[in-house]
Ligand binder design. Structure first.
Ligand code: SAM
Length: 253
């Protein structure tokens, strides 16, 4: 990994050029999803995530965006990192007749739950444990890797490793994550959402918003990982709370 002039450990979630206010709108507090002592809450949050994404058609919308990245590839090999519940992989498999999808997560319990469901016996799916910061695959093995709604869980040095590893193991790495809100709007949202945090889902949603990376942070992470990585940012306007941002990264080979 190349080194950069800035201190990656201390980089604000708003990026090296974050404002005074933006630097205060972040936290090291863990989401329930990041903890090992709250299994029931984790499972219920994961179910809510999957249900919400299904009801609002998010799995299919994101799958369409991903499949557009591999239109020229005959039988694309796709790696989903941090799959959680597997909903995005399921949409990819149903929307592309020949794509092969490796469905992975770092959490053994999530991987076991996915493997026990329909994806576990799908002829074009492989379900396995994998750490997005240490991808177990040869260089360029996958046509596309995707890490959805997960990068904000990682501190900057690990997030930079995802860029390095994802662009090493796949021709393209697509990061889909929450957009970081403009600071004033973010401040208002935090104040309004605080009372809701007694509900586990909203507890994690608020922390996610405080840990979301800005576009300049995503660029800095990729640059730190390797200056040869190019990043195309596709912010989905309008930037409403919870709206996703999409970064497509690739490394010159
Ligand atoms: C908020 S969930 C997102 C689940 C799903 N991708 C979605 O879009 O709803 C974050 C997921 O990232 C996973 N995760 C966290 N750190 C990871 C890492 N280093 N490698 C792979 N997955 C990781 C967690 O286990 C969790 O399943």
């Amino acid at each position: 990994m190349a080194t950069e002039i800035f201190d990656i450990d201390g980089m604000p979630r708003g990026g090296p050029d974050a404002s005074w206010l933006d630097r205060r709108l972040q936290t090291d507090r863990l989401e329930y999803l990041d903890r090992d002592d709250v299994d029931n809450r984790k499972r219920s949050i994961m179910r809510s995530l999957d249900r919400g994404e299904r009801v609002f058609g998010i799995h299919r919308r994101l799958a369409r965006i991903l499949l557009d990245e591999v239109t020229g590839v005959r039988d694309p090999k796709i790696l989903e990192l941090g799959a959680g519940h597997g909903g995005l992989s399921r949409a990819l498999l149903s929307m592309h007749p020949t794509a092969r999808v490796t469905v992975t997560d770092i959490e053994p319990a999530s991987v076991a739950a996915i493997a026990a469901g329909d994806l576990g016996s799908h002829p074009r799916a492989t379900v396995r444990e994998m750490d997005a910061t240490a991808i177990d695959a040869p260089d360029g093995y996958y046509d596309l890797a995707v890490f959805a709604l997960s990068l904000h869980h990682l501190p900057p040095p690990s997030a930079a490793r995802v860029f390095a590893e994802g662009t090493r193991a796949a021709h393209k790495l697509v990061i889909i994550d929450l957009s970081r809100m403009p600071s004033l709007l973010h401040l208002v949202m935090v104040a309004l959402a605080l009372p809701l945090t007694i509900v586990p889902y909203w507890h994690d949603a608020l922390i996610s918003s405080l840990r979301a990376y800005s576009p300049s942070a995503l660029r800095a992470l990729a640059r730190y990982a390797d200056p040869a990585i190019t990043v195309e940012l596709r912010r989905q306007p309008p930037v409403l709370p919870g709206s996703p941002q999409i970064a497509v990264a690739s490394a010159a080979r």
